[in-house]
Write a protein that binds this ligand. Structure first.
Ligand SMILES: [Zn+2]
Length: 118
């Protein structure tokens, strides 16, 4: 089964009687453990038009040196605009996509392993 087929099943209303939010939790966990937030930021530099993420420019407001990634927790944080979160919320905010689209987008782009979820 492909990743898209797995996501289709997990997000389909016809999928069993299981709690969909609970099923999606497993997808979010896979994404968080397999998608590198630093790689995501580098990959999306062009679409968010900021040149120097590595040095801490915020992708939302461009404020300099205020944007940090905490390596251990894989969370981003901007001291200036107060935006913070994980790679999922970063993707949703930056690309202005609803969470379900973010799941498809990140799983496909980073080839997240979803095997065993359905
Ligand atoms: Zn900011």
């Amino acid at each position: 089964m492909t990743n898209v087929e797995i996501l289709n099943r997990l997000t389909s209303c016809a999928y069993g009687n299981k709690d969909h939010a609970l099923e999606m939790q497993k997808v979010w966990q896979r994404i968080l453990s397999q998608v590198d937030i630093e790689l995501f930021i580098k990959d999306h530099r062009g679409s968010i038009r900021v040149e120097k993420y590595e040095e801490g420019d915020c992708p939302f407001d461009g404020c300099k040196k205020e944007f940090f990634i905490k390596k251990e927790s894989k969370l981003f944080n901007c001291w200036m605009c107060k935006k913070r979160g994980d790679v999922i919320s970063l993707c949703s905010k930056l690309l202005k996509k609803p969470l379900i689209d973010v799941a498809y987008y990140l799983v496909e782009k980073y080839d997240v392993d979803l095997e065993g979820l359905v």
